[in-house]
Design a protein around this ligand. Structure first.
Ligand code: FAD
Length: 402
């Protein structure tokens, strides 16, 4: 049998695409291949669970556009599919004059991006968050929390109910494209299985560069893994904050800074930081993959990015290895927390596309061949934005295959 569409990757981006493709074209045969035994085992299942409102993103970027549409779409999806969510809002807290300046710049950006925000002074901040200290805050009312693994699983159910074919434990190891079709080789239970399709979409997250290269498409980026390490607070602190509490980010850095996140299960996490990863899919304390390291050190962009972010890299690594350093980042706005309050919690790993010139790719990045479309960079908040991204991919495919 020849499938109309084959999708690689059962994270939220791949599953949202599969579900929406099947919904738009009920008569087409759609196949999704995922190498793990569950959906969303990687980035989608190891994140902060925040439905971001879109405060930070450059006006006009795909990130800004997808995020704005993504908040409404994700909440609507949760309501229609009985997935629990909580629109608890978020507070960005300024703790000094420089951060106040940056906070006002973010306020301006929110106006440009049409995001509903309110500026708070120190007193108003205290009323809303008695356990948080700061000289001002930016309240983002639309921000919410959810479990993205639950969202992906619901999308999978809907995809399969409509006749979609989703296969777990299928690791794609080879791709070939001819004028008429795409051939996909996968390993399942140690055996090779081959699928044929008319069009291929890859949404393979931390492996995005490798699956794109399997088709021989020339690329000048590589995925560099950045670990995001979290801690969890003891249950006695489950009510310590009413909103999600974020620092004011440094505009030079792509990550948001260590935040206090209320999770949908009622617990509170602290994190994530951003440290160099030495294994793309390693979640323990010590994770090393010789293949992943080799790919990094033989890529010129890795050395360039290392050189330009060396100072931040050293500080982040120190704080990763030394808990009191990590704690200081949170104590800045939540002074009552102590080292013993930081309890172990699984890390997440970000797939960061880096170009040969050493620049970090901040927006979505796609690559194409006549019969394929590859999502090469789906940066945070791609979980929030997964429904509009899926819709965008469907539109692109329609243009290409019409
Ligand atoms: C620490 C951290 C915190 C974050 N916090 C947030 C947040 O609060 N809110 C938000 O909106 N976003 C957040 N993000 C970003 C968000 O989680 C990701 O952008 C999003 O999950 C990306 O989804 P994906 O489907 O592209 O990738 P993934 O979830 O990584 O899925 C890719 C899938 O492809 C599969 N795959 C790869 N290669 C193959 C192969 N050869 N064959 C078959 N299958 C393959 C993998 O097994 C995987 O399941 C965070 C990310 C991290 C890491």
């Amino acid at each position: 049998m020849t499938y109309d569409y084959i999708i690689i990757g059962g994270g939220i981006v791949g599953m949202s695409t599969a579900w929406q493709l099947q919904q738009r074209f009920p008569e087409k045969k759609v196949l999704l291949l995922e190498k793990e035994s569950v959906y969303s085992k990687h980035q989608t299942g190891h994140n902060s669970g925040v439905i971001h409102a879109g405060v930070y993103y450059a006006p006009g970027s795909l990130k800004a556009k997808f995020c704005k549409a993504g908040v409404a779409a994700t909440i609507e999806f949760c309501q229609q599919n009985d997935v629990p969510y909580d629109q608890c809002g978020k507070l960005l807290v300024a703790t000094n004059v420089l951060e106040l300046e940056r906070m006002h710049a973010l306020f301006e950006r929110c106006q440009q991006n049409d995001i509903n925000v309110e500026l708070l002074d120190g007193e108003q901040l205290k009323v809303r968050e008695p356990n948080i200290v700061g000289v001002g805050g930016l309240l983002v009312k639309d921000t919410a929390i959810v479990n993205y693994q639950q969202v992906t699983t619901k999308m999978a159910e809907r995809f399969i109910d409509m006749g979609g074919d989703a296969r777990l434990n299928h690791k794609v190891v080879g791709l070939n494209e001819t004028k008429d079709e795409i051939t996909v080789d996968a390993i399942h239970n140690a055996e090779k299985v081959t699928f044929k399709g008319k069009f291929l979409i890859t949404c393979s997250g931390l492996m995005a560069d490798r699956t794109t290269k399997m088709l021989g498409i020339p690329t000048d980026f590589q995925i560099i893994p950045f670990r995001g390490e979290y801690y969890q607070l003891p249950a006695k602190y489950n009510q310590i904050v009413n909103h999600l509490i974020y620092p004011i980010p440094d505009p030079e850095l792509p990550f948001l800074g260590v935040h206090l996140t209320r999770m949908i299960d009622g617990t509170v996490t602290v994190g994530p930081n951003a440290v160099q990863g030495w294994k793309r899919e390693g979640y323990g304390r010590i994770n090393i993959s010789l293949r992943d390291i080799w790919d990094m050190v033989t890529f010129v962009g890795f050395w360039r990015v290392l050189k330009s972010h060396i100072k931040t890299g050293i500080v982040e690594t120190k704080n990763s290895l030394w808990k009191p350093g990590y704690l200081k980042l949170v104590q800045k706005y939540c002074p009552q927390l102590k080292v013993e309050d930081l309890q172990p919690y699984p890390a997440g790993i970000r797939a960061q596309a880096v170009m040969k010139d050493g620049s970090l790719v901040h927006d979505f990045l796609f690559a194409e061949s006549p019969r394929s479309l590859h999502v090469c960079n789906a940066p945070s908040p791609a979980a929030t934005s997964a429904i509009p991204i899926g819709a965008y991919i469907c539109d692109k495919i329609l243009e290409r295959t019409a």
